[in-house]
Design a binder for this molecule. Structure first.
Ligand code: AMP
Length: 185
């Protein structure tokens, strides 16, 4: 496997803040940590929920921000135009493609159905050997435990290879995740 130097990180996360204050707090910490480490944030360009929190924190800490939003969500997700780069796409598929192409690693914070859709696309592409970008899950307060259990169940019941689980790197804290992103592997 070719070692990847990570310069740009795609963050998938909720367009809502969720029930526990720890989710928004982790999103803010991640935004600040990315900026402090000189890593560019690539995300869905919204100014709502955890999306807005991570982007505001990254920008406030002087980091580079690259947002990608489809034209039909500009109003609903409050397209954040004060980003270093702001890209408007025709549709959801293009948004995901542009985000993926402009990142060296993918991180998923707590989120809802949209975050799951985004995560599973990059995870299944990884399993198919279409890319080698790290796919990380930030499991704040055990939010993603049910998902990890489901994936283990899928493997145990013979619907995926054991290696599928290894493609998903699970981190419990922003610090542990950042250590991974700063490493060259
Ligand atoms: P959510 O996790 O549901 O709050 O959504 C997080 C982000 O995923 C939002 O920017 C949504 O617009 C986006 N999203 C929702 N559904 C999809 C989908 N089918 N494909 C790609 N992105 C989506």
């Amino acid at each position: 496997m070719t070692p990847i130097t990570i310069k740009s990180v795609c963050v998938f996360c909720g367009s809502r803040v969720g029930a526990a204050p720890a989710y928004e707090s982790a999103a803010r910490s991640l935004g600040t940590a990315l900026a402090d480490s000189g890593l560019r944030l690539v995300y869905g360009a919204g100014d709502v929920g955890l999306m807005g929190a991570v982007a505001r924190a990254a920008a406030e800490a002087g980091g580079q921000t690259f947002g990608v939003i489809p034209v039909h969500l500009l109003r609903r997700e409050v397209g954040k135009r004060d980003l270093s780069t702001f890209v408007v796409t025709e549709n959801m598929h293009e948004r995901k493609k542009v985000m993926f192409m402009n990142a060296d690693a993918i991180v998923t914070l707590p989120g809802g159905p949209g975050s799951l859709d985004e995560l599973f696309e990059v995870l299944t592409w990884r399993q198919l050997g279409l890319h080698e970008k790290p796919v990380c899950l930030l499991n704040i307060d055990g939010y993603w435990n049910p998902l990890v259990t489901l994936l283990q169940h899928i493997v145990a019941e013979g619907f995926a290879e054991q290696s599928f689980l290894e493609f998903l790197e699970v981190y419990d804290s922003v610090d542990a995740l950042m250590e991974r992103l700063r490493s060259r592997s």
